[in-house]
Design a protein. Sequence first.
Length: 263
Amino acid sequence: MLPPLIDTHCHLTNGRFDADRAEVIARARAAGIDRLLTIGTGIADGRAAKALADADPGLISASVGLDPFSCHEAGETFPAALAELGELLGAGGFRAVGEIGLEYHHPLNPHPVQIEQLEAQLDLARTLGLPAIIHVRDAHEDMLATLNRCAGVRGVIHSFIGDAATARRYLDLGWHLSFNGTATFKANGFLREAAAMVPADRILIETDSPYLAPLPLRGRRCEPAFVVHTLDLLAEVRGQRREDLAAWTTQNAVKLFGLPPLW
């Protein structure tokens, strides 16, 4: 039997769960998932995430941030959105600022603008004493430079996709790395090599559901119960018992996000 297990990044508010959200949450419980961190992307989604957490505080926790897509959508109203984010976080009930980050794959805000908006939210995380959940796609060099400038903020690079050398650079800055179903994809041997070298006290596990379902379920809508498939793969490539890796990832999440102890 596994120790308590935490899915540290899922999107329970996503519309793909509207028809069966209660059943999805029930399946997570049945699979042995003892805590779900649901991520709010934007103000409205953050309020919805907190409502889920308030309705089931024994299982669900919430975060909120202005991700690169929300920042792009805000346009010239970003300062007002940032102020509203600060008020929302300041009222309490959230475990982290995020997800926030840099998204260079899609044509969103110019890169210098994205960096400025990320730095503003990292400063908010520092002020509030909250960890940050970082989204980074096709932007590792700028992200590493930004995090190096913004010292004093702790957190996690969620859905880490990079090689072992890139992983080492984030680890050297003090950040955690989180892995999901992408680590199980056959073409991502470089990612498994990275996962194998992360210290036990700096690794987290997630689904990013409803996205990125792991093998052997790739192509399906992902849900938190699927995190056990990623756990098994990571335990194999790291040469650990799945029970030990589950215990480490849970302990790391509890400490990073200030979650109630699960044992």
